[in-house]
Design a protein around this ligand. Structure first.
Ligand SMILES: Cc1cc2nc3c(=O)[nH]c(=O)nc-3n(C[C@H](O)[C@H](O)[C@H](O)COP(=O)(O)OP(=O)(O)OC[C@H]3O[C@@H](n4cnc5c(N)ncnc54)[C@H](O)[C@@H]3O)c2cc1C
Length: 296
């Protein structure tokens, strides 16, 4: 099918884009990589009066180190993120997650801002934003505001962005040196959205065997779930096999996944347990040895 008729605008700046969104009073849609929006238009599931194409706003595509944070412009292509030396060095969890997003042509057009604004619960980037305590910067007619992942994702394909607001930047704290990480997911075919995905980061806290852990899911509910109570088990009990199994079991209790044509809720819950344990083991195996072992 073809999309219904729409007006088309290609602004050269964020201010112009915001003004256009205001002019259409909620009836315009932003076009980023088009990898989610264009199918919705073609199936006529979305019928905007106008498209505001962000592809000519060059100032929205960058990966920048800013002290302890990495700032990524909303129009940065997923492919750029996949090959960014800065991401590889300081946000390797984001780099690994990117390789799991669709296929090469999708990552070549798709953007980080489009993925987060689309808020598909099975997408990898929302889970990474949640696990790493990232934030997004949003610009609208009333100025700029910053949203945490918890505030951004409101429900299935729904964010806290107003109709006249635009996501301009993603800010992620750089991962500590030596952090272990893994993004594990199960999908039916390579490149499909995950049935369940689990993002993990683990950091040793000194030589005491203690650790800090970050865990978040994709596909286990309408929004990504931060598995704080599972993280606490690892922080309290360390990184032993027993602690990993206990954290993974707790993870399965913390999610409330849906049943749909792809999988039942029970299957997704069990998968959350299995993939949490798998991701934790891989992340922990990649950690440098504890300080006391290195001193010996
Ligand atoms: C076959 C296929 C497989 C895929 N597999 C995966 C997968 O495994 N994992 C995954 O995560 N994704 C997957 N995707 C989706 C892909 O990652 C998209 O790139 C992404 O969801 C949307 O990014 P986009 O830049 O293409 O945004 P668009 O499609 O252009 O826009 C998506 C939505 O976000 C809004 N939007 C875009 N940019 C902004 C902004 N800066 N501010 C506010 N709103 C904005 C648009 O108005 C629209 O509503 C797949 C897509 C296809 C076609």
């Amino acid at each position: 099918m073809k999309p219904p008729r729409f007006a088309y605008h290609a602004p050269g700046s964020v201010d112009e884009a915001v003004a256009l969104l205001g002019r259409y009073g909620g009836e315009a849609k932003l076009l980023a990589g088009g990898q989610s929006l264009v199918p919705l238009l073609n199936f006529r599931l979305s019928r905007p009066a106008a498209l505001v194409d962000l592809n000519r706003i060059a100032a929205l595509a960058y990966v920048r180190e800013d002290g302890a944070h990495i700032r990524i412009g909303a129009m940065t292509r997923q492919r750029t993120i996949e090959f960014s030396p800065t991401v590889r060095r300081r946000l390797p969890l984001l780099g690994e997650a990117t390789t799991l997003v669709g296929h090469l042509p999708i990552r070549t057009r798709g953007t980080i801002g489009g993925s987060l604004a689309h808020a598909d619960p099975s997408a990898e980037y929302p889970a990474v934003l949640t696990a790493l305590d990232g934030q997004v910067v949003v610009r609208g007619p009333r100025g700029e505001r910053t949203l945490t992942a918890g505030r951004l994702f409101q429900g299935y394909l729904t964010t806290a962005l107003a109709a006249d607001e635009l996501l301009v930047e993603v800010r992620l704290p750089a991962m500590p040196d030596g952090a272990g990480f893994a993004f594990e997911e199960l999908s039916r075919r390579h490149g499909d959205f995950a049935i369940i995905g689990v993002a993990v980061m683990v950091v040793r806290a000194g030589g005491s065997g203690r650790a800090a852990a970050r865990l978040a899911t994709a596909g286990a509910g309408p929004v990504p779930v931060r598995l704080r109570a599972a993280e606490e088990i690892l922080e309290r009990d360390g990184l032993s096999d027993a602690a990993i199994d206990a954290a993974a079991s707790r993870a399965a209790e913390l999610v409330d996944p849906p049943s749909d044509i792809h999988a039942s809720a029970a299957y997704r819950r069990n998968l959350t347990r299995v993939l949490t344990a798998r991701a934790l083991r891989r992340a922990i195996n990649a950690l440098p040895p504890p300080e006391r072992d290195r001193a010996e």
